[in-house]
Write a protein that binds this ligand. Structure first.
Ligand code: ATP
Ligand code: MG
Ligand code: MG
Length: 383
């Protein structure tokens, strides 16, 4: 038992609280509003601005251990939490994960493969950076982007002239990687340095937002080993305690499916927390990413991450699925598709591109799992 503090009130905090609660812990959430997804399922909630020291103290003083569900929390807030209780991941990990440049530099210095990148502050430095990484490139804000927000695909200097350079002072230019597929590995790491990885997930993005995750990833044994090594290497390099999700590009495979040893893995970015690509672990693995997160930060033995069946798939439910009249999609139709589980996050307002829930299917066969979640989602389109 004991009380776990969760900074952040979104769906990741919500699913963490559900897992922790089942394991006998109390969860207190610290977020801005009681209407967010996590407080609805937690034992307690302290609301306030995340940089309000009084609110932070009120929250942290009730906790035995503190963790978080998103990386854009003021570093001072985490430092303040650390005065009251062990806080994982630490303020140092957070500072790195909040800053794409620092993150890439730190990973690169540890010998881990990242896509070629360069710092950019304005149109002139973009020109210099393009000499290093080449066109086309992807321009990203150094701080606070998610779901592809603040990103531009730049094919030429003319494109770069269209960027609102005044909107942000620090950017990073990345080589556009012609990847064959995107994968992610979630690694759990304990206070005493034990690690455990989940199976490699294969991720399809639509409009820079995760759409579908599938497991097993269709990459060969060599690339699988490589992806796992990179993920563990990143968790050690950053000294993460808790979860780290490492998003990677796989390129240069000789053919679409089974590898003959060719191919390369590059890190796109990391997130020191549960991750959307790990949602299928709730039904798909013996231990979910959320339970593993609890185990890691509470100093328990790590759980078995293997799949309960051969395959699983997850499809996100975005706000786009909601009818304009404010009603809900016809969820009952989901239950017509055998083996599909529905998760809704309890968000009050559906907006375009907003993650409102997800569907999971566990199956003997990966293609079946993918077809089932997509079919179930299709049936939830009203009309
Ligand atoms: P989130 O944190 O929600 O995953 P984000 O805003 O931090 O999103 P990224 O993960 O950096 O964004 O990029 C989103 C997606 O855009 C990637 O998953 C990938 O599909 C594409 N993308 C990003 N960078 C590159 C790149 N250098 N080359 C090719 N595709 C890219
Ligand atoms: Mg990101
Ligand atoms: Mg990403």
């Amino acid at each position: 038992g004991g009380t776990i503090g969760m900074v952040g009130g979104g769906q990741l905090g919500r699913m963490f609280a559900m897992a922790a609660s089942r394991m006998g812990y109390r969860v207190i959430v610290f977020c801005e509003s009681i209407d967010e997804p996590a407080p609805q399922v937690a034992h307690g909630c302290v609301t306030g601005k995340l940089d309000d020291k009084k609110a932070v103290d009120q929250f942290a003083s009730q906790c035995d251990v503190i963790t978080l569900e998103f990386e854009n929390i003021p570093a001072e807030t985490i430092a303040e939490c650390q005065r009251f209780a062990p806080t994982y991941p630490s303020a140092d990990v957070l500072a790195t994960a909040q800053d794409r440049l620092l993150e890439k530099t730190t990973l690169q210095k540890s010998g881990l493969p990242v896509a070629p990148f360069a710092e950019v502050t304005d149109l002139d430095s973009l020109e210099t950076a393009s000499a290093k990484v080449g066109f086309p490139l992807i321009l990203k804000t150094v701080r606070s982007g998610y779901d592809g927000k603040g990103q531009h695909r730049i094919g030429s200097i003319d494109d770069a002239k269209q960027v609102d350079w005044a909107s942000c002072s620090q950017w990073v230019a990345e080589k556009l990687i012609p990847f064959d597929r995107e994968v992610s590995v979630i690694v759990a790491r304990t206070r005493d340095g034990r690690t455990s990885t989940f199976p490699v997930f294969e991720n399809d993005h639509v409009n820079h937002i995760l759409d579908v995750t599938m497991v097993p990833a269709s990459i060969g044994d060599d690339l699988t080993r490589r992806a796992n090594q990179i993920a563990i290497g990143a968790a050690v390099a950053l000294d993460v305690v808790g979860l780290l999700c490492v998003e990677m590009f796989v390129c240069g495979e000789s053919d679409g499916s089974e590898s003959d040893g060719s191919g390369e893995v590059l890190i796109n970015e990391v997130a020191p927390r549960p991750h959307n690509s790990g949602h299928l672990t709730i039904e798909g693995c013996h231990t979910s990413q959320f339970e593993q997160h609890v185990r890691a930060v509470c100093g328990l033995p790590l759980g078995d991450t293997s799949l309960v069946s051969n395959a699983a798939a997850m499809a996100n439910l975005l706000g786009d699925l909601w009818p304009a009249d404010g009603s809900s999609p016809p969820w009952n139709r989901v239950y017509d598709v055998p083996g599909v589980s529905l998760h809704l996050y309890g968000k009050q307002q559906a907006k375009r591109g907003r993650k409102m829930g997800h569907l999971t299917c566990v199956s003997q066969d990966r293609d079946t799992a993918v077809v089932q979640v997509k079919q179930a989602r299709e049936q939830c389109k009203s009309g």
